[in-house]
Design a protein around this ligand. Structure first.
Ligand SMILES: NC(=O)c1ccc[n+]([C@@H]2O[C@H](COP(=O)([O-])OP(=O)(O)OC[C@H]3O[C@@H](n4cnc5c(N)ncnc54)[C@H](OP(=O)(O)O)[C@@H]3O)[C@@H](O)[C@H]2O)c1
Length: 295
């Protein structure tokens, strides 16, 4: 039985879908007010809980062989990296170990080891990685770049308007990963020879410039892009203004700024290592988008 945290998230629901398609038993850790009917309909066990509660984590880990930790402090957690990305993950590791879990897969983030001081999620994930590595649990750490699924709503907006907003340097490089490939990798990590007690950088098969993304949309929808390109300084100004009345939000926006200000791509050697260890061929961004957008 797999336990999947963040099971209602972009990645988590894909992991649960895939497990159930393969008829593998899965327990989805979800909040009562989350949208989990699809997971239940697919035959996943539903565990209602809150990652901030130790007793919920304790109960959720009972009878579990494999944990895939795919939760995160998105908008729905008010960007609380310390509580969700750090404390809940540390407690999950402790409870998994106490319950005799055989393998723990942790979804981290690409660039986590670069020491970004202004990015609470990166700092939390790095500390959790270190804790997991010394926990005595068998583990795999996946460090993904940005998810292709993040672009689906932007693509729909582009389809209607042709508009694309690109903040910061259009030449900055990225290797966006198919969220479905990442789900496959997370599941395969428990059994792939060579994936145990390893860290993998996970990106798509191509290194794109950020300005390539509206061009891909343009190609898919056969429509000229109308590009808005505000500078990073605009985000800084907004962030400072927000900080005057909401210092916590200002701090969590540091992660967003870090993502905009830096390059997140995987090298050819990292891609080759991933593809050979997991025996997978990574999907290009355009293929992913076309599958979901039906074009
Ligand atoms: N998105 C990216 O581009 C990206 C890139 C690199 C790494 N990552 C990492 O990959 C992982 C998955 O990302 P994602 O985009 O799929 O995440 P997401 O869509 O933001 O989903 C977050 C999940 O965490 C759950 N969660 C948050 N607080 C919770 C709590 N207190 N109790 C129970 N569940 C809680 C949410 O539940 P609700 O549905 O109830 O809110 C949701 O299922 C995260 O660790 C993220 O940091 C993401």
């Amino acid at each position: 039985m797999f336990l999947v945290t963040g099971a209602t998230g972009d990645l988590g629901r894909r992991i649960v879908r895939l497990l159930r398609e393969r008829d593998v038993s899965a327990r989805s850790f979800v909040r009562l007010d989350a949208r989990y009917a699809e997971l239940e309909n697919r035959g996943s066990e539903i565990f209602i809980g809150d990652l901030r509660r130790e007793r919920d984590l304790h109960k959720a880990c009972q009878g579990i062989q494999y944990v895939i930790s795919a939760h995160g402090s998105g908008e729905t957690s008010n960007g609380d990296a310390e509580t969700i990305d750090y404390q809940a993950s540390i407690e999950l590791i402790d409870q998994a170990k106490a319950a005799g879990v055989q393998h723990f897969v942790f979804i981290s983030v690409l660039g986590v080891d670069r020491g970004y001081e202004d990015a609470p999620v990166f700092k939390a994930k790095r500390e959790v990685e270190k804790y997991l590595q010394t926990s005595g649990l068998s583990y795999t750490i996946l460090r993904p770049s940005g998810f292709a699924s993040n672009l689906l709503s932007l693509a729909e907006q582009f389809r209607q308007t042709g508009l694309y907003v690109l903040i910061g340097d259009p030449l900055s490089r990225t290797s966006i990963v198919s969220t479905d490939d990442l789900a496959r990798l997370a599941i395969a990590a428990v059994s792939a020879e060579g994936a145990h007690n390893q860290i993998f950088a996970v990106g798509g098969p191509e290194i794109l410039k950020r300005e390539d993304i509206p061009q891909i949309f343009s190609h898919i929808f056969n429509r000229e892009p109308f590009l808005l390109n505000p500078p990073l300084l605009a985000v800084d100004g907004l962030r400072n203004a927000i900080g005057l009345f909401n210092p916590k939000l200002r701090s969590s926006l540091g992660t967003f700024r870090t993502l905009l200000a830096n390059e997140f791509f995987t090298t050819a050697a990292e891609t080759e290592r991933l593809e050979s260890t997991f025996n997978i061929q990574l999907e290009p961004l355009e293929t992913f988008l076309r599958r979901y957008l039906g074009v």
